[in-house]
Design a protein. Structure first.
Length: 210
């Protein structure tokens, strides 16, 4: 089963990708990791991507999809894969279709913007070991101090309220139109994100079978 996970930043796509990986035995492919891997391995597509990245330019869709095709040709993808972070725009989705990458189902994890803003602005990360916490959902034992290493807990730049609102605005402008694109193809399933992550996981797995 070839899947795409959609959802605003902070909707919990990464968590649900892990749940699907375990349940279905298929890998989650993060575009960022895939690009870095291709560059490191010096593949032709990786070298093409590197020239854009070194110049601080966006890697063109065709190059990203070339790398994606190399990645999904690997053995661990023979029963399917989950795309997280790609496509981000309708032109990218059209390019996927053109290049013959078949997508069976698109799962959208829907969480209202206010909830996401609360989730992200409450997130804290240890500047020493990178462990993450949340002031409401996963607090550290001592406020502002990492349980694992005693490091200082900080708010990532990405999680500052102004940045969160900006990331949500970009998502609604660029990525939300994908819902209509895949709905028209009969591939979209929407899952309402729940307060309890395990409940969201149950709904996500049920949507795969729908």
């Amino acid at each position: 089963m070839n899947l795409i996970l959609l959802g605003a930043p902070g909707a919990g796509k990464g968590t649900q990708a892990e749940v699907i990986c375990k349940a279905k035995g298929i890998p989650a492919i993060s575009t960022g990791n895939m690009l870095r891997e291709a560059v490191k391995n010096g593949t032709p597509s990786g070298l093409a991507a590197k020239s854009y990245m070194d110049a601080g330019a966006l890697v063109p869709d065709e190059v990203v999809i070339g790398i994606l095709k190399d990645r999904i040709a690997q053995d661990d993808c023979k029963n399917g894969f989950i795309l997280d972070g790609f496509p981000r725009t309708v032109p990218q989705a059209e390019a996927l279709d053109r290049m013959g990458v078949t997508i069976d189902k698109v799962i959208e994890i829907y969480v209202p913007d206010e909830t996401i803003a609360k989730r992200l602005s409450g997130r804290r990360v240890c500047e020493k070991c990178g462990n993450s916490y949340h002031v409401d959902y996963k607090p550290s034992k001592a406020e502002g101090v990492c349980d694992a290493c005693g490091g200082k807990l900080v708010i990532r730049k990405d999680d500052e309220p102004a940045t969160v609102l900006d990331r949500l605005r970009v998502y609604h402008e660029k990525t939300a139109p994908l819902k209509d694109f895949y709905f028209a193809q009969g591939k979209l399933q929407t899952v309402e994100g729940q307060e309890d992550v395990s409940e969201t996981s149950k709904l996500t797995l049920a949507a795969l079978e729908a």
